[in-house]
Design a protein around this ligand. Structure first.
Ligand SMILES: CC(C)(COP(=O)(O)OP(=O)(O)OC[C@H]1O[C@@H](n2cnc3c(N)ncnc32)[C@H](O)[C@@H]1OP(=O)(O)O)[C@@H](O)C(=O)NCCC(=O)NCCS
Length: 212
């Protein structure tokens, strides 16, 4: 079982060394009690009661557009079913979806990992913060927590993110976290009546450890 209570039956990474003599108790090292604890947010699994928050984010067209695309409207029932499915899903491999929750319990956004390749140690993620909760450092904290877990606990070594060419907020967010532009994929998406390039951002485990 992982810290989130999910089993990972298909985890493929071999164990190396016996870890002898290494203290993993963060209360001893002075760090936070949980790896999911940030300064002002906590990452937690999706629960069925989160559906109104997801339904509210669905109403924010620009959040949808920047995260992926604007879709047909989704009914409350469909949202509830999707959230219930996310809450009870038996995750395979290392993909996961968290709710980014403020310390008062309010759901501020969501972050999810995908394209997890344990053999090569590469993964990707997407995230969105609700419009009312932006500008408080929640995205930065959530990304750092996820990267630390994948690099320091799951032994991944490289993360890449695709950011739409017009999404300057996300570009600055990733640049401030030390991500580098590794490429520009031309005319990869159609939105708001036009084709747009996609920027590929990347960060290695070493760059993250060095506080890139
Ligand atoms: C991009 C997004 C995730 C940022 O979330 P956030 O919690 O507001 O981000 P943070 O508060 O951690 O901001 C960190 C840095 O990002 C940059 N940034 C964030 N929002 C910005 C904006 N609107 N314009 C310019 N830069 C911005 C800033 O450099 C900021 O640091 P600073 O405030 O010290 O200058 C949020 O705007 C969002 O959810 N957008 C819609 C969905 C989306 O774009 N997802 C990412 C897809 S790749």
């Amino acid at each position: 079982m992982t810290a989130t209570g999910m089993t990972r039956p298909d985890a493929t990474r071999p164990m190396d060394g016996d870890g002898a003599g290494v203290s993993l108790d963060r209360s001893v090292t002075g760090g936070p009690a949980s790896v999911w604890e940030g300064e002002t947010i906590r990452l937690r699994p999706v629960v069925a009661d989160d559906w109104p928050a997801f339904a509210a984010w669905d109403q924010e067209d620009e959040t949808s557009r920047a995260s992926y695309q604007i879709d047909f409207p989704r009914s409350a029932e469909a949202t509830r079913t999707w959230v219930e499915e996310a809450a009870t899903r038996e995750y395979r491999g290392d993909r996961f979806r968290w709710v980014i929750a403020r310390h008062d319990g309010t759901a501020a956004g969501t972050i999810n990992t995908h394209t997890c390749d344990a053999r090569n140690g590469t993964f990707s993620f997407g995230l969105a913060i609700g419009q009312d909760h932006r500008g408080h450092g929640y995205a930065s904290q959530a990304i750092r927590l996820v990267l630390r877990f994948y690099f320091e606990e799951l032994r991944y070594q490289k993360v890449t993110v695709h950011v739409y060419g017009w999404n300057t907020a996300s570009q600055r967010l990733h640049e401030r976290l030390g991500f580098q532009v590794e490429g520009r994929l031309r005319r990869m998406t159609f939105s708001h009546g036009d084709h747009h390039d996609t920027l590929v951002y990347g960060l290695t485990a070493e760059e993250f450890a060095a506080g890139a």
